[in-house]
Design a protein around this ligand. Structure first.
Ligand code: DGL
Length: 273
């Protein structure tokens, strides 16, 4: 049986913030990252479109030899994961696994809150799916979950405007709208892969002693636990610490932007999906 890298998928650059934390936690494995930059953003697209695009990308990662694929995108995890796991995998590749980022985050968020009021910030797609409310409700039934869609935040980051003063208007607006729903929120979940890049500005407009959960830091240890519990999957992952990056759009753009998300230089390859 051929071993293969862990596939990490995102609609664009954002999943690199998750990959960065996973590589820190599990540096021994090989990774194949796929960013669907040609069709990003997913956050405002319909359920059917997000499902179709995500499935195509998962199939591509399978074709490249991945036995385990992480959907490092909240929008894809919210809108496509369940269908892929329940409908497609049993027919396509029953031995392979696709995991998302919502369940591991929902499993831990309640342990951070003293007031039992948490806030979830995400794309319109993630928030309208109610996935976080549903998953957190299963793990922590006593927790009140308040959600806020932040549709302008991904475009601000994608366009490199997130650290400029123009970004403050939209950061403050969505933070205020969230805290208008409850002033007891003491824990904020950044339920979008782009939002860690906005963390300093989010802190500026949120109450001083707020806990802010960076998802990559939650997903990485949870993946380690998963692989410890599933040696039959861990045994299929190749080791060597190789990182390969694929993009469905310009490699030049990808390499320029991606280092911002990943923290070090990247040389990507173009792939047509
Ligand atoms: N990566 C996506 C997420 O975590 C955000 C970007 C997009 O809208 O495609 O939800």
């Amino acid at each position: 049986m051929n071993q293969g890298p862990i596939g990490v998928f995102d609609s664009g650059y954002g999943g690199l913030t998750v990959l960065k934390e996973i590589v820190k936690e599990l540096p021994q494995y090989d990774y194949l990252y796929l960013g669907d930059n040609a069709r990003t953003p997913y956050g405002t697209r319909s359920f059917d479109t997000i499902y179709e695009y995500t499935l195509e990308c998962v199939k591509h990662l399978f074709d490249q030899g991945c036995h385990l694929v992480i959907l490092a995108c909240n929008t894809a995890s919210a809108k496509a994961l369940r269908n892929i796991q329940q409908k497609d995998l049993p027919l396509l590749a029953p031995e392979k696994r696709v995991l998302g980022v919502i369940r591991p985050t929902a499993e831990i968020i309640g342990t951070f809150s003293k007031t039992n009021h948490v806030g979830v910030l995400g794309t319109s797609g993630t928030i309208s799916s109610e996935s976080y409310k549903i998953e957190i409700g299963k793990q922590f039934p006593g927790l009140s979950v308040f959600q806020q869609a932040c549709p302008m935040w991904v475009p601000l980051v994608e366009n490199g405007e997130h650290l400029n003063s123009g970004a403050d208007y939209f950061i403050e607006k969505y933070i205020n709208e969230l805290f208008e729903q409850s002033d007891q929120i003491d824990t904020l979940l950044l339920a979008c892969t782009h939002y860690p890049l906005l963390i300093e500005k989010i802190r500026q407009y949120a109450p001083e002693d707020i806990n802010i959960l960076n998802q990559g830091e939650v997903v990485a240890p949870s993946l380690k636990t998963y692989l410890d519990r599933h040696p039959e999957i861990a045994g299929k992952i190749s080791k060597g610490g190789d990182l390969t990056f694929l993009t469905t759009d310009s490699t030049e753009n990808f390499d320029r932007h991606a280092s911002l998300f990943f923290g070090s230089e990247i040389h990507s390859k173009f792939v047509h999906i």
